[in-house]
Write a protein that binds this ligand. Structure first.
Ligand code: HEM
Length: 405
């Protein structure tokens, strides 16, 4: 077996560090470096493999037997390091353990189950647009993305109003926790104890409403499909993965249309392209930049020999701009067929919450496209620093109202 700690011979070695503040803010800067160096490169700073090529990212995410998730989907290798939290029973699990839990988590988050929520999401979107239309000082992150998601998503799960201020900080811990133990990680973990305590409590059956999605997960444990412990961890997965991701994506959508107003005009002319337009943003400005797998056996890929227990970074954001797969990948065009992007992952761990994320975003932007003529940038934007997710901290815009028909 190769030794993962030392540089293997005859491979392309790169000193690229995707976790510097500059690279976090501007992934388009490092994507081509990673993709063009070699199909698979050795990142010397962290002693891990990496690929940003569409074909290989796809191959690795598809082959869950060779590239496992149970040793962690961040930089840490759970076979060698203690995870900072009890691992996720979905994201950080392999079949057969993963299979039954995923079945339940997916059924609760299925379109058949969620479509009844559409009207509520649309009502909340309309109320939000009422409040923000033509105001001069709207922060697309706090005032739009967070305000909307922090209302509709916890309501849908069935959380009590008290303590919701812990939800985004928890997501921040989860997604920074996938990276190295850098300053961003330390900052996110400052209040880890009370935040984790809230999360573990609010996911219990007693704390959840009886008519929300969380309660439906517990119904599967009454049917004997999963244990009470698994139900709690599935609800925890929803909360860890269901807020920041969507908040960042909404911010990226707002920014894309503020930066390319002609695309907004095009969407207003044909709102039936809404779903395709959101998919194109997820391809073009992917909220999920990197995820790790661990080799479950020695394997050859992209011309290199990877040893059992080596970690490999796959970069969906880079794959979504790979010119080997896409024509003019750095162009934002809502007429593009963006299917095949891996912004929601791929394979057995592909995002289980994508249906609710799409419903939320289609309701929000569906309302905006009817009533907002232009999303006008009104000040400098600021990207947020996060070891995994790519979104904004500040996004000053004005929603310029359309003349009433
Ligand atoms: C636009 C917003 C979202 C994006 C871009 C996104 C992205 C992703 C990605 C890339 C993965 C795969 C990770 C991997 O392969 O290791 C994933 C998995 C997952 N997502 Fe999402 N996600 C979003 C929204 C949500 C929402 C709203 C929920 C909550 C219901 C959610 C819950 C999950 C869970 C539980 C998993 C793990 C699934 C499994 O391991 O079987 N996500 N997501």
């Amino acid at each position: 077996m190769l030794d993962a700690k030392t540089k293997p011979d005859n491979v392309v070695v790169s000193d690229l560090d995707i976790f510097t503040p500059e690279n976090i803010r501007n992934p388009l800067g490092w994507h081509p470096i990673l993709r063009d160096a070699a199909p698979v490169v050795w990142l010397s700073k962290y002693g891990v493999w990496a690929t940003g090529r569409h074909e290989l990212v796809n191959e690795i995410l598809k082959d869950y037997k060779t590239y496992c998730s149970s040793a962690g989907v961040g930089l840490a290798n759970f076979h060698k390091e203690e995870p900072w939290r009890p691992p996720s029973l979905l994201l950080e699990a392999d079949p057969p353990d993963h299979t039954g839990r995923r079945e339940v988590a997916g059924r609760v988050m299925s379109h058949a189950n969620l479509r009844r929520m559409k009207a509520t999401f649309e009502k909340e979107a309309a109320l939000l647009v009422d409040r923000l239309l033509d105001k001069d000082d709207v922060n697309g992150v706090d005032d739009i993305a967070q305000a909307y998601i922090l209302k509709v998503f916890p309501d849908a799960i069935g959380l009590k109003p008290e303590g919701r201020e812990n939800l985004l900080p928890y997501g921040n811990m989860v997604f920074n926790g996938f990276g190295p133990r850098n300053e961003i990680f330390d900052e996110a973990m400052k209040r880890a104890a009370p935040i984790s305590e809230y999360i573990m409590k609010c996911c219990t059956r007693e704390e959840l409403s009886t008519d929300g999605l969380g309660a439906q997960v517990y119904e599967a444990c009454d049917n004997g499909e999963i244990s009470e412990h698994e139900a709690l961890f599935i609800v925890r997965s929803y909360l860890g993965a269901g807020l920041d991701t969507t908040v960042d994506t909404i911010g990226n959508v707002i920014n894309a249309f503020a930066s390319y107003p002609e695309q907004w005009t095009k969407l207003r002319q044909d709102p039936s392209r809404m779903r395709a337009a959101i998919e194109e943003v997820i391809r073009f400005d992917s909220p999920f930049q990197g995820v790790f797998r661990t080799a479950a056996r020695d394997v050859e890929i992209g011309g290199v020999q990877i040893a059992e227990d080596d970690k490999i970074l796959v970069a969906p954001g880079a794959a979504n701009h790979d010119p080997r797969r896409w024509d003019n990948p750095d162009e934002f065009d809502i007429d593009r067929d963006a299917s095949g992007h891996m912004g929601f992952g791929y394979g057995i761990h592909e995002c289980v919450g994508q249906v609710i994320a799409r419903l939320e975003m289609e309701a929000l932007f569906g309302e905006m496209v009817k009533r907002v003529e232009r999303i006008e940038p009104v000040g400098p934007t600021q990207r947020r620093l996060n070891n995994t997710l790519h979104g904004f901290e500040k996004l000053p815009v004005k929603l310029v109202g359309a003349a009433a028909n």
